[in-house]
Design a protein around this ligand. Structure first.
Ligand code: UT7
Length: 331
């Protein structure tokens, strides 16, 4: 009997309507379109406007699109994982609310947080449940409302991030398609380079933390950049080597969308032509947990059954890694 593998069998996505262009950012902070474009590759990002709308709003929209496209009864879903760095609340799993709202009444649900690597790690988790034979349908959603933790007076971070969500359904496959291999790592040395200081157990919210703007993201961009370039490229190269994949065998690189220069360094290291590199950073910026599934959704029509996909991501913590997956369907 062939080994049970975990394949992605459907995807969905959602980005909010409001487009925050580089021009708009020029009116908020001392920056300019040329700097942002050449240093990051970003031209615009989406922002979720409206009172009372959190990350769950984005996640629900992405999940609903997937269910509609696949004509899937939500009652068939066994497990929902919401990969996010910006849950609706610190306590009360966002995934549980998302599950109820989409009608997944037979599912259990929880959140998974590994900063910008949340979705990548979530792929490993979702696949393991399927490979074990324990569950048949796992819905993994990557969603972040980054605008809720961005300081729009800080030009070093506000130009980078945006809001969005993407969803992927994992199901058993007996043709050997789906997740093939993974190389995942983390290193706490990164904790001080990319973080939100307050609001957690280490430094609970207080008048002082609000005054000190400690509920916003802080990033030492240069240091994170160095680690990201090295580790994303190394892990993707390692996955290729371990699976005897040459640049000719790789059909697509699906890289975390943090900075076009990091993406270019990774694809160069892999020897890949630009035509094989998924990219939408110019339109969405860095949507943290949503970058990978947003790419899958945007490029779905170009993907063919059997295509070799290499995912790579790097995020706060530090967290990073690479996954090799064989695409399982033609859309
Ligand atoms: O997704 C999670 C992981 N995150 C990442 O992978 C992000 C990694 N880091 C980066 O992508 C880049 O470091 C940034 C895009 C954040 C910054 O780019 P950089 O090329 O590393 O710029 P820098 O921080 O070295 O700053 C260069 C100059 C500085 O001016 P001086 O000191 O040379 O006069 C900054 O003050 O650019 C200045 N600067 C800006 N200028 C215009 C910083 N931000 C801006 C800005 N507009 N928004």
């Amino acid at each position: 009997m062939s080994k049970l593998t975990a394949a992605i069998t459907a995807v969905g996505s959602y980005v909010p309507d409001f487009v925050m262009t580089n021009k708009i950012l020029e009116t908020l902070v001392d920056t300019n379109d040329e700097w942002i474009t050449t240093r990051t590759g970003i031209k615009e990002r989406r922002i979720l406007k409206g009172k009372g709308l959190g990350t769950s709003y984005l996640a629900i929209k992405a999940a609903e699109q997937l269910l509609e496209k696949r004509k899937l009864d939500p009652k068939e879903i066994d497990l929902i994982i919401v990969a996010t760095a910006t849950p609706d609340m610190m306590v009360a799993a966002t995934a549980a609310y998302v599950g109820s709202e989409i009608g997944a009444t037979n599912a259990f649900a929880y959140d998974l947080q590994a900063a910008c690597s949340s979705f990548l790690y979530g792929m490993s988790t979702a696949a393991s449940y399927i490979e074990s034979g324990r569950y048949k349908k796992v819905l993994l959603i990557g969603a972040d409302k980054m605008s809720s933790i961005i300081d729009y007076t800080d030009r070093t971070t506000c130009i980078i991030f945006g809001d969005g969500a993407g969803a992927a359904l994992f199901e058993p496959n007996n043709e050997g398609l789906g997740l093939q291999d993974e190389y995942l790592r983390s290193d706490g040395v990164g904790r001080n380079f990319l973080k939100m200081d307050a609001g957690g157990s280490l430094l609970p919210a207080s008048e002082e933390t609000v005054k000190n703007r400690q509920h916003f993201i802080y990033q030492d961009g240069k240091s994170v950049f160095k680690f990201a370039v090295t580790n994303m490229a190394d892990s993707a190269a390692k996955i290729m080597e371990r699976n005897n994949l040459s640049h000719k065998d790789v059909d697509w690189l699906i890289p975390h969308q943090a900075n076009k220069r990091i993406i270019d360094a990774t694809s160069n290291r892999m020897g890949l032509d630009d035509s094989k590199v998924m990219m939408n950073i110019q339109r969405y910026g860095n949507t943290t947990s949503a970058t990978l599934p947003l790419l899958l959704s945007d490029y779905e029509s170009q993907l063919k059954k059997g295509d070799n996909l290499v995912f790579a991501a790097f995020g706060g913590g530090f967290t990073w890694g690479s996954i090799y997956l064989k695409w399982a369907y033609n859309s």
